[in-house]
Design a protein around this ligand. Structure first.
Ligand code: SF4
Length: 354
């Protein structure tokens, strides 16, 4: 085995310690011809630090489109002319109905996602009402993804019983200004920290393939690790027509597999969740994605793109011999029959998770 890989294996599996930036840099420099060895190492690290179970989660976009921010990848931004669905915050009963359907199908938690810079007080009132009703009437854990928060908003959500807050950094610090000009990287970090300080679990990842170098990708993994998230969603850019990144060539499957493995080595104990763009980028290699260190999946549709059928992912995991996390171990648990949670009446397109 390559020396850098052998050193990483010794550190993570024998010494049971985290790798330094230099050690991961050395692994990233290993030729892609040795990718099978890197994948094998990442899978061993995943098993040793996280176990065999895979978390499956579905997303509900409770308010879509017309976002004032200008994130270059996002078809929900008003800065771009796209065919994304635009609708205000869903009717409360429709949200409860969606949560009930999730629960009846085996889900243990429900995630409320809205496309905004950050919640207005009026929107927050509605979300808090949804959170309380889902908890009281449906009995599910609730996660939220509402954009930038201030301290009082984070505390209000935590007090309302929100278990996990998703707020991605989206891109490495060095490239973020090319991805978004209406807010900055530090604002995203601040919200991630506020969510944690308020007592919510942090879900924080990003989108790969937006022009970052391999070195910047490694830096990004370390920037995320500093925040100590319990979950890291990895999206791969699925260029949306009409957005600023609509003409970008997606990264190759081999680059994506290398990135998944590197993120696992940097974040050995976090849930690494494969999310938007995985079908586009990995194609027939979905199984290798799960063998490269990932231990969680977004199933069904994403926020603005259509995913493959959850049943396919359930079958894939069965064929890999990977058990699906049970109640209390993950969000939106999918049982053998499969669960597909989406906003009522919507077959919308979406791609990233925020
Ligand atoms: S990624 Fe989020 S904040 Fe950025 S434009 Fe899209 S919905 Fe708005």
């Amino acid at each position: 085995m390559n020396t850098a890989l052998a050193n990483a294996e010794e550190a993570l599996l024998v010494e049971r310690r985290h790798l330094t930036r230099e050690e991961v840099g050395a692994v990233a420099a290993v030729d892609l011809a040795e990718l099978p060895d890197l994948i094998a190492l990442a899978h061993k690290v995943r098993l040793a630090w996280c176990g065999e179970a895979v978390e499956l989660e579905s997303l509900v976009n409770a308010k879509s489109g017309a976002c004032p921010e200008d994130c270059a990848f996002c078809s929900q931004s008003v800065a771009f002319s796209t065919d994304v669905d635009v609708y205000p915050y869903m009717d409360q009963d429709a949200i409860i109905s969606a949560a009930r359907s999730s629960r009846d199908a085996g889900a243990t938690a429900f995630c409320i996602v809205v496309a905004v810079r950050g919640p207005s007080e009026r929107l927050l009132d509605k979300v808090v009402e949804s959170v309380q009703r889902v908890r009281d009437e449906v009995g599910l854990d609730v996660a939220c993804s509402l954009g930038l928060l201030d301290e009082a908003q984070a505390e209000r959500l935590a007090e309302a019983g929100v278990k996990r807050y998703n707020h991605n950094l989206e891109a490495p610090r060095a490239t973020f200004p090319k991805v978004c000009t209406t807010h900055d990287y530090q604002e995203r970090v601040a919200t991630a920290l506020l969510a944690k300080d308020a007592g919510m679990e942090l879900c924080c990842g990003g989108i790969l393939g937006m022009g970052e170098t391999l070195e910047q990708r490694v830096d990004f993994a370390f920037e995320l690790a500093e925040l100590e998230p319990v979950e890291v969603p990895l999206n791969f850019l699925d260029p949306r027509p009409g957005t600023a990144l609509g003409g970008v060539t997606p990264i190759s499957a081999r680059e994506a597999l290398q990135a998944i493995a590197l993120f696992r080595l940097v974040l050995p104990g976090a849930a690494i969740r494969l999310a938007g763009g995985r079908e586009l980028v990995l194609g027939e290699l979905q199984a290798l994605g799960m063998l490269a260190g990932a231990n969680a999946l977004i199933v069904g549709n994403y926020l603005t793109t259509v995913g493959r059928a959850p049943e396919e992912d359930v079958a894939l995991l069965e064929s890999l011999g990977m058990p699906i996390a049970g109640p209390g171990e993950g969000m939106f648990v999918i049982e053998s029959g499969g669960v597909h949670v989406k906003a009522a009446g919507s077959e919308r397109e979406s791609h990233e998770i925020r």
